[in-house]
Design a protein around this ligand. Structure first.
Ligand code: ADP
Length: 270
C-alpha cells in the first residue's frame, strides 16, 4: 500500500513503440514514487525516454506495462490533478488572447464562479510577477515572460503536481536563472509538488530535493539521488558550495557512464 503522503507512484513502467520497421523499446523498467510537496528532477541523456515517461505520467500515452498512480488511483487518461508546462511556450499560448485570458482559459471548464476565477487568475499572475501585463498579448512579451504566463496558467489550475518538460531550454541564461528561482519560490512558498525534467545537470541539482538519473534507452532509473543542499538556495551562493560541485560532478559522471554503457545491466525485460 502506498504511504498516505505518496502523490505519484510509478511501478515497473514499460513503453514499447510499435512501428512498421519493428518495435522500439523506449522504456525498459521505471519505478519511483514522489511524495506530496516534493520537488523531484529527472535528468538523463538525450533520447533516453524523458518525453515518453512524461507522456505516460500525464496520461497522454498508454504504457505497454506497469502502472502510474496519482493519489492511489491509476492514471488512464489526462488528469485534472496534473498540469504540464512544456518547453515550447510560444506554441502553448493563444496569441489572440490576453495574458489574463490565457491563464483563465482552463478554469472555464471548472465549476467556479466568475469571481473565484478572477481571484485565481490574479493570484497566479501576481505569483509569477506578471500582474502589470495582464492585459497584454503573449506576442508583446519576451520569451521568459511568455513562459511565466504558461507557469501562471498551470498554477491557477491548482494541480496536485506541476510537471515541467525542459521548460527553460529555449530561453537565455539570465532568464533561465530567474525562472529556476521562480520555480523554487513557488515550491517553497506554496508547497507545490513539482516534477521537473531536464537534460541540464546543474539545473537538476540546483532545483531538486531529489534527482532521478535515467539510463540510456531502453530506460531504467540508474540512481535516485537525495540532494542534501540547504533548502534556501540562490544562484550565486548555492552554486559556489563545494557540495553542489560534488553532486553535479557525481550526476555528470553517472550520465557519462550511462552513455558509455558502463552502468551494469538494466532489469530484465518482463
Ligand atoms: P527524450 O525525451 O529523452 O529525448 P524520447 O522519449 O523522445 O526521449 O525518446 C525515447 C526513445 O523512443 C528514442 O529512441 C526515440 O527515438 C523513441 N521514440 C520516441 N517517440 C517514438 C515514436 N512515436 N515511435 C517510435 N519511437 C519513438
Amino acid at each position: 500500500m502506498p504511504d498516505r503522503s505518496t502523490l505519484l507512484r510509478v511501478e515497473h513502467l514499460r513503453k514499447v513503440y510499435g512501428s512498421s520497421t519493428g518495435d522500439v523499446e523506449a522504456i525498459r523498467d521505471i519505478s519511483f514514487s514522489m511524495d506530496a510537496g516534493q520537488l523531484v528532477c529527472i535528468v538523463g541523456p538525450s533520447g533516453c525516454g524523458k518525453t515518453t515517461l512524461l507522456k505516460c505520467l500525464a496520461g497522454l500515452l498508454r504504457p505497454t506495462g506497469g502502472v502510474v498512480e496519482m493519489d492511489g488511483s491509476p492514471v488512464t487518461g489526462p488528469s485534472p490533478a496534473m498540469a504540464v508546462v512544456f518547453q515550447e511556450y510560444g506554441r502553448s499560448l493563444f496569441p489572440w488572447l490576453t495574458v489574463r485570458g490565457n491563464v483563465e482559459l482552463p478554469l472555464r471548464h471548472q465549476k467556479l464562479t466568475r469571481a473565484e476565477r478572477h481571484t485565481l487568475v490574479a493570484d497566479a499572475l501576481a505569483a509569477v510577477g506578471l500582474a502589470p501585463v495582464a492585459g497584454s498579448h503573449p506576442w508583446q512579451l519576451s520569451g521568459g515572460m511568455q513562459q511565466r504566463v504558461a507557469i501562471a496558467r498551470a498554477i491557477a489550475y491548482q494541480p496536485e503536481v506541476l510537471i515541467m518538460d525542459e521548460p527553460f531550454a529555449a530561453v537565455d541564461a539570465q532568464t533561465r536563472a530567474d525562472l529556476e528561482d521562480l520555480v523554487r519560490e513557488l515550491h517553497v512558498s506554496r508547497g507545490i509538488s513539482v516534477l521537473f525534467v531536464t537534460h541540464d545537470i546543474d539545473e537538476s541539482v540546483y532545483l531538486g530535493q531529489r534527482v532521478l538519473v535515467l539510463s540510456q534507452s531502453p530506460t531504467w532509473v540508474q540512481e535516485d539521488l537525495a540532494i542534501d543542499l540547504p533548502p534556501a538556495r540562490d544562484q550565486i551562493t548555492t552554486r559556489a558550495l563545494p557540495r553542489f560541485t560534488e553532486l553535479r560532478t557525481h550526476v555528470y559522471d553517472q550520465i557519462q557512464r550511462a552513455k558509455r554503457g558502463q552502468v551494469g545491466s538494466p532489469p530484465a525485460a518482463p
